[in-house]
Ligand binder design. Sequence first.
Ligand SMILES: Cc1cc2nc3c(=O)[nH]c(=O)nc-3n(C[C@H](O)[C@H](O)[C@H](O)COP(=O)(O)OP(=O)(O)OC[C@H]3O[C@@H](n4cnc5c(N)ncnc54)[C@H](O)[C@@H]3O)c2cc1C
Ligand code: SF4
Ligand code: SF4
Length: 403
Amino acid sequence: MKNISSLHSCYGCGVCATICPPKIIDIELNPEGFYEPRIKDTSRCTECGLCLSVCSFVDKEVALKANDIEYYAAWSKDNAVRRKCSSGGIGFEIGKYLISQGYKACGVRYDCDANRAEHYMADTVEAYIPSIGSKYIQSYTLSGFKELNRKDKFLVTGTPCQIDSMRRYIRKLRIEDHFVLMDFFCHGVPSMWVWKQYVKEVEKLTGKLTYVSWRNKQTGWHDSWSMGIEGEDGGEKINWHDSYAMLMRGKKSYHYFSRLSTGDLFYQFFLGNACLGKACYKNCKYKMSSSSADIRIGDLWGKAYKENEDGVSAVLALTEKGKALIKEMQEYCVFEKRTAEVVMEGQMRKSPPMPYIRKRIIEQLREGKSLFHISKTTVRLYKIACLPKRVINKIIRIIKWER
Ligand SMILES: Cc1cc2nc3c(=O)[nH]c(=O)nc-3n(C[C@H](O)[C@H](O)[C@H](O)COP(=O)(O)OP(=O)(O)OC[C@H]3O[C@@H](n4cnc5c(N)ncnc54)[C@H](O)[C@@H]3O)c2cc1C
Ligand code: SF4
Ligand code: SF4
């Protein structure tokens, strides 16, 4: 059939479900723990082909070809925003500014009941606060995308693959003028089975999870990979819809707190690329400046700001709309024009190779094995097996560097 039914292990962006006229597409987790579309009732499919026409997975090319990209190092002038956000707080500032200009902002929050990250729509700054901070898991998009319409103005933020499909969607509907699209440099998304297992293990200590933050700058931005979790058995609870001031105040201690630098297991699986989505390995066409967004943001890791511990955002203005937006926002943020090399230093140039243990890890997660067990057995053996290759690569890098 001329529809998305034969697609598997795609980006799971949900734009096909958003455009489908009879609304017969659902987005569900596949056996590996990644979102995937499924046609609920094939008999109602009219084979209009709209779902395929907006799908960025089936196209080898990125929808937008950006010219004369402007590169910036940037941060919010509001210290509370900068402290709370993952890097320099530009993601939140752009949302805040566009809301003040009458836009609705579609970002990602964490739903503690469903244990998932999900897109949602905000039309006030207060409502946009839960979007602050990266949630390093794949988001369920339909909850937010279903609110899009032809008459209002929207900011949509998401992973580059989600945004590439969104660009095709707004072009198809001829509503591009009403939209600002924002993506970020993207490492990839881990299987939801890693996240669900992690939550299961942490909840033994905290009780039902009530709040989670993936980044925390208590010991500086460069050491900000840390999970801060509150549970029902803990003392103070944070309500997502608390006041602006409350959420910005920065918590001193969490009920459960675990850093990558001291061995956090979620981060070991995620940043160690042990079980990312299949598309994140060989097929990702969105590295460096390849994007369909108006603005790309990220962490500006690299030599130029290595002493900065407050957080610096990398910002790419890819379209005229993106460039104009940066000019309008000078009052709220610092934007330092830099070269591409400075702004993108430290970003992944290409996708990581898929480790052969990925399938085994996912199987073990589905069997309910603990992350600790998998890490101590499967992952450790893999690292030992890869040691000779890593040593050779290191020697090649040193030789290249000395030339
Ligand atoms: C899965 C993932 C992988 C990333 N990989 C990299 C990387 O390799 N290099 C890099 O420099 N930066 C990466 N980032 C982006 C980085 O973590 C920061 O979000 C970015 O630097 C912006 O920070 P900020 O301080 O401006 O704003 P923040 O307040 O951190 O803004 C985050 C924005 O991202 C959106 N968002 C949060 N979680 C998700 C999600 N799961 N799916 C879609 N949108 C989401 C929110 O709606 C918000 O608008 C990644 C983010 C995610 C979610
Ligand atoms: S072909 Fe049209 S009707 Fe059929 S699933 Fe795709 S969008 Fe829906
Ligand atoms: S790495 Fe590529 S395919 Fe994977 S979520 Fe990010 S943009 Fe999408």
